[in-house]
Design a binder for this molecule. Sequence first.
Ligand code: ADP
Ligand code: ZN
Length: 228
Amino acid sequence: MQGRAKTTPAVLILLGPPGAGKGTQARMLEERYGLIQLSTGDLLRAAVAAGTPAGKAAKAVMEAGQLVSDDIVLAVLKERMAAPDVKAGVILDGFPRTDGQADALDGLLAASGQQVTAAISLEVDDEAMVARVSGRNTCTGCGEGYHDEFKRPATAGVCDKCGGTEFKRRADDNAETARERLKAYHDQTAPLIAHYAKAGVLETIDAMGSIDEIASGLDQIVARVSAP
Ligand code: ADP
Ligand code: ZN
């Protein structure tokens, strides 16, 4: 069946290159709509930190800015999708990233009578993405995101939200790896835009604006695709 399924729970996909703001927007949608953010990047980083077999296999690939194999990604995603909280509906952030993953997702959803509600492509400029990704860092205490150039705390070294003084940086957030990740996006993930256009569920949004502008654009899309 093609076209939009007006069923609950919603399955929203955020498509876009690294730095487009998928994670930021997914967290905001989670708060506003009670949906669950599923980030395969976060799931893989947790696996790396925990030293699981999947994490051990993924670590070097992630540090090189390349895509982790579909088998590993699908294993961590399926494990997470089995938890009861995802019944509220999900925002997939960073998944699917290959044709194989998109087909696997379609199959997984079909097995429970679901389908993708909307795949939203965040459209941005490549060079701006390298700059955005290169300076990112996060407060270790509360997870608030900062940027060396674009979003510094009011007092240098002190988190605006929680007063914490420790910040962490992802191993893959440097200019060289960012370029590798952009290349992986164009080669392997951008073709999914056509996959979802064909299924009749593609939405696009200009993601070069401010965080709030993008959020309000997404609100309009979510309101429209989830209307009965
Ligand atoms: P970004 O979108 O900024 O690149 P993510 O946290 O989504 O950040 O991903 C970080 C890394 O994790 C990717 O470069 C890749 O190595 C791996 N990864 C995350 N999701 C997937 C996926 N769906 N398929 C393959 N690799 C993935
Ligand atoms: Zn903080």
